[in-house]
Design a protein around this ligand. Sequence first.
Ligand SMILES: NC(=O)c1ccc[n+]([C@@H]2O[C@H](COP(=O)([O-])OP(=O)(O)OC[C@H]3O[C@@H](n4cnc5c(N)ncnc54)[C@H](OP(=O)(O)O)[C@@H]3O)[C@@H](O)[C@H]2O)c1
Length: 201
Amino acid sequence: MRILVIGATGLLGTEIVRLLSRDHEVIGASRKGPALTVDISDKASIVAMYRQAGAPDAVICVAGTAKFAPLDVLADEDFAFSLANKLMGQINLVRCAPQAVKPGGSITLTSGVLALHPIPGGAAVSVVNAGVDAFVRAAALELAGKLRVNAVSPGWVSETLQAMGRDPDEGVPAAVVAQAYRKCVVEDITGQVVSAALSPQ
Ligand SMILES: NC(=O)c1ccc[n+]([C@@H]2O[C@H](COP(=O)([O-])OP(=O)(O)OC[C@H]3O[C@@H](n4cnc5c(N)ncnc54)[C@H](OP(=O)(O)O)[C@@H]3O)[C@@H](O)[C@H]2O)c1
């Protein structure tokens, strides 16, 4: 398969590329490459990336940002940024896909554990992650027979916890999270939110 990985240079993206490159041709993208450049918050940039990617069999998005801050600090701009970036960025990857991804192909998005298990400071992140989960369940109904669409919902990633000075054993190693993305690409599933958290979500 030819697999386009957006966010290929990140913590999770690096492990996904490492895992999938064993059996597939992987094209890496992010704002800075390595192969293709894209800013998912800009729909025209997504269209341009797809034009260059040449009909991949699968797309994985492991990019996208939402603002983490206390509710009384989050400004209008922070919500607008979060919605335009991780939520609409990923939704637009799917909306543009029917013209760009091989028929029968798959798209895998990224949400996160805060959709179901909120923490203080995570209001914008929770709403974005829950939106991604709701979107893939709904979009899969209309894309059935044309494209498969799923999301991986990571819990805390061990390497991220370690970087924050917390116990990495409370999270899941990035290499293990990568296997959830592989599942969405190789298994015939659609409309699923695949948990990659330590305990079932
Ligand atoms: N790490 C965790 O503990 C954790 C837990 C739950 C969920 N998640 C979710 O998993 C995803 C990836 O996390 P991560 O820890 O791997 O992040 P990361 O290490 O910061 O990597 C992010 C990747 O996305 C790219 N990127 C960022 N903004 C972009 C944009 N607007 N357009 C295109 N590419 C963009 C970055 O490269 P450029 O800078 O070159 O664009 C980079 O390749 C995020 O959605 C995050 O919310 C992570």
